[in-house]
Design a protein around this ligand. Structure first.
Ligand SMILES: Cc1cc2nc3c(=O)[nH]c(=O)nc-3n(C[C@H](O)[C@H](O)[C@H](O)COP(=O)(O)OP(=O)(O)OC[C@H]3O[C@@H](n4cnc5c(N)ncnc54)[C@H](O)[C@@H]3O)c2cc1C
Length: 328
């Protein structure tokens, strides 16, 4: 099959994986990003970047698990700093019902008791009497992994333009990965605001993402290394990606403090919010309109799904094959 001239619009996690996959498949790839500085305008910049196909099934279809498991393989094959430490779910004694519910709704976990929790996370010793461990989950650092994908795509021959939003006239295929900005063409797309903060502390050391279940404010903490932690995230039906509200900051900070009081002494080094692009069923779609292909609706699973979606797009371009639940 002759190789194609492909333009990808949008250098968020979706567009970056499309660019790398397609350029490595031998296509002539141009990646165009509207923001002048990498990742400045991307929802992806704010992600926790957990790769949690099992835990996410608590509120998602099994398609997310299936695509997510394939994505973890692709992350591991591609990005050497993929952290494969699994993830841990815990709850305060009064919220044990939440833990039981989570256990029923998900698979791929083992129940862990207090001593196992403290083996895995010594700084949580004596604080939680049981939890769920998802051994096959992973996480990445969002900014470092995006830098890596961008450099790898360029090294493989992709041409990248920042500060541009016009596709070149002559292209065989346009892959549209504009996230929420594509709503002007995809009427059903909506934004789901996610707020998060980043703190730094030497007082506590966690090796893997930890989720603290709570009926009102479920929260996760993702270790970024060197004492940095992402604390996230709210989920609000809104397109607004603006500054974090006082109420959300209070919720996030007080739940982090409840997870471990050492977070009370942490320095807050960043606040921010992104608008997750989502379709009404919160499932991703690859929408083919002739030579214009939208890849969108990654919702709260952009890092989890982007590699598998890029593989599906590449296969479609090569063979015409379509995944029945993803293509429309
Ligand atoms: C707080 C928070 C936590 C999250 N945690 C996780 C997590 O732990 N795991 C996970 O898998 N997912 C997580 N997500 C979800 C994930 O971030 C999104 O699914 C993902 O960012 C969507 O990526 P995208 O590439 O589709 O969109 P974006 O990242 O928004 O990228 C779209 C890009 O297109 C560019 N663009 C727009 N219009 C144009 C144009 N006309 N021309 C050129 N460029 C244009 C934008 O500037 C932007 O850079 C989280 C999200 C949030 C907000």
């Amino acid at each position: 099959m002759p190789k194609k001239k492909i333009t990808i619009i949008g250098a968020g996690i979706c567009g970056l994986w499309q660019a790398l996959t397609l350029v490595r498949a031998g296509h002539a790839v141009t990646l165009i990003e509207r923001s002048k500085k990498p990742f400045e305008g991307a929802c992806s910049f704010y992600a926790g970047a957990m790769l949690a196909p099992f835990a996410e099934e608590e509120g998602a279809e099994k398609l997310i698990r299936e695509l997510g498991l394939r994505s973890i393989e692709l992350w591991r094959d591609t990005y050497p700093d993929t952290q494969c430490e699994g993830s841990l779910i815990i709850a305060q004694p009064r919220d044990q019902k939440e833990l039981h519910r989570f256990e029923r709704m998900t698979m791929g976990h083992e129940r862990v008791n207090e001593s196992r929790i403290s083996e895995m996370e010594p700084d949580l010793k004596g604080r939680y009497s049981n939890g769920l461990f998802f051994a096959d989950e992973a996480h990445v650092h969002p900014h470092q992994s995006m830098d890596f994908l961008l450099n790898a795509a360029e090294e493989a021959g992709a041409v990248v333009h920042f500060g541009r939003d016009e596709a070149p006239g002559s292209t065989d295929l346009l892959i549209d990965c504009r996230g929420i900005a594509a709503r002007e063409d995809l009427g059903e797309l909506r934004g789901v605001r996610g707020e998060r903060l980043v703190v730094r502390t030497e007082e506590i050391n966690l090796s893997r993402p930890v989720r603290l279940l709570h009926p009102r404010f479920p929260l996760y903490v993702v270790p970024w290394g060197y004492g940095f932690y992402l604390i996230g995230a709210t989920q609000i039906e809104s397109d607004e990606a603006g500054p974090v509200t006082v109420r959300s900051a209070l919720d996030l900070l007080s739940t982090a403090y409840a997870l471990h009081p050492a977070f009370g002494e942490a320095e807050v080094v960043g606040f921010g919010a992104g608008a997750r692009p989502a379709f009404p069923d919160n499932l991703p779609r690859i929408i083919v309109k002739g030579d214009h292909i939208h890849v969108n609706g990654l919702f709260r699973h952009g890092f989890l799904l982007a590699p598998a979606l890029a593989e599906l797009t590449a296969r479609y371009i090569e063979t015409g094959e379509t995944h029945p639940e993803v293509f429309s």
